[in-house]
Design a protein around this ligand. Structure first.
Ligand code: MN3
Length: 201
């Protein structure tokens, strides 16, 4: 059984005008799809064929001979997680337990915003900014290229923002900080992050 490209959880124009249908057309239809095609080509006929995506990622992580498998598999997982980390009319402040936990673990929502933007803006080159829960405490982490918190013991991802240039260049050109601000103000799906936090408890 091959790894399948999941559909976007919303229409291609659902995030406009913040992220255009054109960006999602390329980002999901070309970039995400290419990782799926590449991975299936790499695992076809090997002992990784037929295994779950998460299993493939964890098996290939840290194995230099499986770097190509890891990079493509982790990018498939990261992108699917990123699509769910956004929604139409998202953004703003979370509510409930997640809001209270952000206040207690970061000091305030504004401190969280500052730290999340800082992580995304300072990830040199390509990568990801994440809100995670590590051993019960919320943290912001950044990862390079395809690296994912999924492989780190005790760390559970809650939501992520893709800071590879292909995520924002058509809509924001080089203005990555503006993309991060738009992500937090208009797109982030706090319901998804709250569900992940509830499952982590
Ligand atoms: Mn991407």
């Amino acid at each position: 059984m091959s790894i399948i490209l999941p559909n976007l959880p919303y229409a291609k124009d659902a995030l406009a005008p913040h992220i255009s249908a054109n960006t999602l057309d390329f980002h999901h239809g070309k970039h995400h799809a290419a990782y799926v095609n590449n991975l299936n080509g790499l695992i076809d006929g090997t002992d990784l064929a037929g295994r779950s995506l998460e299993d493939i990622i964890k098996t290939a992580a840290g194995d230099a001979s499986k770097a190509g498998v890891f990079n493509n598999a982790a990018q498939i997982w990261n992108h699917t997680f990123y699509w769910h980390s956004m929604k139409a009319n998202g953004g703003g402040k979370p509510t409930g337990d997640l809001s209270a936990k952000i206040d207690s673990d970061f000091g305030s929502f504004d401190d969280f915003v500052t730290q999340f933007k800082q992580a995304g803006a300072t990830q040199f080159g390509s990568g990801w900014a994440w809100l995670v829960v590590e051993n019960g405490t919320l943290k912001i982490v950044k990862t390079a290229n395809a690296e994912t918190p999924l492989t780190q013991a005790g760390v559970i991802p809650l939501m992520t923002c893709d800071v590879w240039e292909h995520a924002y260049y058509l809509d924001f050109q080089n203005r990555r900080p503006d993309y991060l601000t738009t992500f937090l103000d208009h797109l982030v799906n706090w319901d998804f992050a709250a569900e992940n936090l509830a499952k982590a408890a």
